[in-house]
Design a protein around this ligand. Structure first.
Ligand code: PMT
Length: 400
């Protein structure tokens, strides 16, 4: 069954009698695993209070575009970036009309313009309004733009009319939202992903490491599973819970990571090296804690093995993807690294900007392969991961 684990669903509620059903919809989305935040139009608040939806979602409800307090917390652009899906239910005839012409005159319509996430609408209105050619044309325009429309259902309406116009049932809307994220791009493929930093011990209590949080690699593992892959995550030490339905191997050092990765290669079709592997490790690991002295101290470091290069050079070479963390000449250096390490694909990651790259919620990248490249605009790491998985699936299918 489709699910919404690791998904952020932003629920937009507009002002129709069906707004009362959004309380049940929040619950259904959560039951499928989603984290839910709610935004409301003014009209929606006439039918259901923000407090109700705040209590159910467990998150503050946003109602105003120009609200100083809300913008200081999670502003409309952050909400737009946070969302993996913007689901508007109910979507009234007026909101549908405003969305069809790209208006940004309240919080819900502005977030709809500002988000790169898929948009799903559950229309709800009087049956005559639904049949009106103006609404039909607006729905056609939105559908052509890739907006997903669920419902409306037919039946008795609050106004006494009978016909199409009732909002679809919350369980059906939540199921349709979950189905959006299901794909079989990598069905049956065996994928190994490295994530997080490595720790190179100096003594029993000290080590050399870096700021990788593991978020990008874990998001890739979740995206690979959702695409149908049999996924193994080899992770350095991070504070994240492993995604569901994966095989998980925890390591500390680059040498341990290398050993696990090489062992996995006889059953691996695609390897993604997202870990920030330490390039050097201390030449000697002291067995006792190193004592401080009055003198300066010099550490001797030796080169660590290059895991992704070793994978690409192995007799069981899988389709091999690396990440290049660069602070300048990002794309040129990444392409040079891809060639030097003999990789099939390289994700060029600009880490000079604190809003993306190491230990951030969002990322942006340029994905390179031998005869092409694609820019991935700023988005959540979950969204970037899904796009990378999609590109890998596309490229590997060409090689099959
Ligand atoms: O974990 P997050 O906080 O979410 O941050 C994500 C990230 C910034 C760590 C990730 O997006 C990223 O860019 N990972 C690669 C970091 C890195 O080590 O880049 P690099 O340019 O030094 O290495 C290039 C490639 O060689 C990488 O695929 C790396 O895994 C690999 N490598 C590097 C050194 C080494 N000894 N062995 C390797 O396999």
């Amino acid at each position: 069954m489709a699910h919404l684990f690791n998904r952020n669903v932003l629920l937009g509620v507009s002002g129709g009698i069906a707004a009362y059903k959004s309380a049940e919809l929040v619950r259904q989305l959560q039951e499928l695993g989603a984290t839910v935040r709610v935004i409301m139009t003014r009209g929606a608040q006439e039918f259901i209070t923000p407090l109700t939806l705040q209590a159910l979602s467990g998150n503050p409800v946003h109602t105003e575009l120009l609200d100083e307090q809300a913008e200081m917390g999670m502003g409309h652009i952050e909400l737009a970036r946070w969302a993996d899906l913007l689901l508007i239910a109910p979507a009234t005839a007026d909101l549908i009309a405003r969305l069809s012409i790209g208006r940004a005159d309240d919080l819900v319509s502005t977030v709809a313009l500002a988000t790169a996430a898929p948009l799903m609408l559950a229309p709800a209105m009087n049956q005559q309004m639904w049949k009106d050619p103006a609404t039909t044309a607006n729905i056609d325009t939105l559908s052509l733009r890739g907006v997903h429309i669920i419902g409306p259902a037919a039946g008795q309406q609050a106004c006494g009319d009978v016909g199409f116009g009732r909002m679809e049932e919350p369980s059906i809307i939540a199921g349709a939202a979950a189905n959006l994220f299901e794909s079989n791009h990598l069905a049956g493929k065996r994928v190994v992903i490295t994530a997080g930093p490595t720790r190179e011990a100096l003594d029993p209590v000290r080590y050399i490491s870096n700021n990788s949080s593991g978020k990008m690699g874990y998001a890739l593992a979740a995206a690979a599973v959702d695409a149908g892959a049999i996924t193994t995550l080899v992770s350095g030490p991070v504070d994240l819970a492993p995604p569901d339905r994966i095989r998980f191997l925890s390591v500390q050092s680059a040498e341990q990571m290398l050993q696990h990765c090489i062992e996995l290669l006889s059953e691996c079709d695609i390897f993604i090296g997202c870990a920030a592997v330490a390039d050097y490790r201390p030449a000697n690991v002291e067995h006792q804690k190193i004592k401080k002295t009055e003198n300066e101290m010099t550490l001797q470091l030796v080169r660590n093995p290059d895991i992704v290069s070793a994978v690409a050079a192995n007799q069981h070479r899988p389709y091999t993807v690396g990440f290049a963390a660069e602070t300048n000449n990002v794309v040129a250096y990444a392409r040079e690294k891809m060639q030097r390490k003999d990789l099939d694909m390289m994700v060029a990651n600009d880490v000079s900007n604190q809003a993306i790259g190491f230990n951030s919620e969002n990322n942006a990248a340029t994905v390179l392969w031998h005869d092409g490249e694609q820019i991935l605009e700023l988005a959540s790491k979950a969204s970037i991961a899904r796009q990378i998985v999609h590109l890998i699936a596309h490229q590997t299918r060409k090689n099959d």
